[in-house]
Design a protein around this ligand. Structure first.
Ligand code: COA
Ligand code: MG
Length: 270
């Protein structure tokens, strides 16, 4: 599953749901949580069910962000979307515990969001739950839970790295958080580049203008593709000569570089 961009679409907005069909985000996340006012939850569920029947998003992943499992509202969300075949995946905000029950009950893949102090502490229990396919995090809620300042936490390398380490440990995708400043596309691009360097495979986005940038950054660049082809060629030639390591542009190339290069080519071909 390629998840370079995951677009949040408020489930209460008919206009945005319709618009999302023509946008090229890899995944769509219909939001029933914070983008829907408490008094509109029922209306949003009804609207989503109606439009899911009518519209066609093609083959891409369709997700629903439910309300927090601490709230009764979430069980109404689960009962509703559990019956919707077009929905492949459930995004769980403020995840704090094992989520296997949710996969067993619905058969849908799970993307937990780490966004509380307890969620950070229990991140391993969450990530290794059955059905988890990716993890992401929310920095505004996390800093609220910690009593900190979100503009400061936005840059926190510990949180960002911990998410990737745990995701890789349990073989699930790490997807970077949303970027709130809609006007600052340069800042958004920089945050995508930094996330990619840490090992993230994509970004959650909130506006159409962010989609193409995320898709571009989280795809292999021309330079990466060229590097990968040359590394594969050099390594395979060395292997025939009975060597496990070789020299390319005055840099060491061994099995680990070969594996990285293979991964880049595989992504491009997928
Ligand atoms: N999904 C689908 N379409 C979207 C969209 C989204 N997330 N955000 C904007 N659009 C559409 C608008 O409807 C508009 O369509 P039009 O050109 O056909 O009229 C177009 O893209 C341009 O939008 P723009 O006017 O620049 O944005 P806005 O001021 O109407 O909306 C937000 C700004 C932030 C309110 C809106 O982008 C949004 O609701 N984003 C998602 C928020 C969310 O889900 N949050 C929860 C997770 S953090
Ligand atoms: Mg949140």
């Amino acid at each position: 599953m390629i998840r370079r961009s995951q677009l949040y679409v408020p489930a209460i907005s008919e206009k945005m749901i319709r618009k999302s069909v023509e946008l090229n985000a890899d995944s769509i996340i219909f939001d029933l949580e914070d983008a829907v006012a408490p008094e509109d939850k029922e209306k949003a569920r009804d609207l989503l069910v109606k439009l899911l029947k009518e519209l066609d998003w093609g083959k891409r992943e369709l997700c629903v962000r439910i309300n927090s499992l601490q709230l009764i509202e979430s069980y109404k969300d689960i009962a509703t979307i559990g019956k919707e075949d077009k929905i492949n995946c459930i995004v769980i905000p403020k995840a704090e515990n094992d989520l296997s029950f949710l996969y067993m009950a619905t058969g849908k893949f799970l993307i937990p969001l780490i966004e509380t102090a307890k969620g950070m502490t229990k991140i391993e229990d969450i990530a290794r739950s059955e059905g988890v396919s990716a993890i992401s995090y929310g920095i505004a809620d996390l800093s609220l839970s910690l009593g900190g300042d979100y503009t400061y936490y936005e840059k926190n390398e510990f949180v960002k790295t911990q998410i990737v380490i745990t995701a890789k440990t349990y073989g699930v995708d790490a997807i970077d958080k949303v970027y709130f400043d809609l006007k600052n596309l340069e800042g958004f691009r920089m945050e995508c580049e930094e996330a990619k360097k840490l090992g993230y495979l994509g970004k959650q986005v909130i506006h159409p203008s962010q989609i193409d940038i995320a898709n571009q950054i989280f795809s292999p660049s021309k330079e990466e593709m060229e590097w990968a082809k040359r590394v594969i060629e050099a390594y395979e030639k060395a292997k025939i000569e009975g060597k496990g390591a070789t020299r390319l542009d005055d840099k060491l190339v061994d099995y680990v570089h070969y594996k990285i290069a293979k991964k880049i080519i595989e992504f491009q071909n997928s």
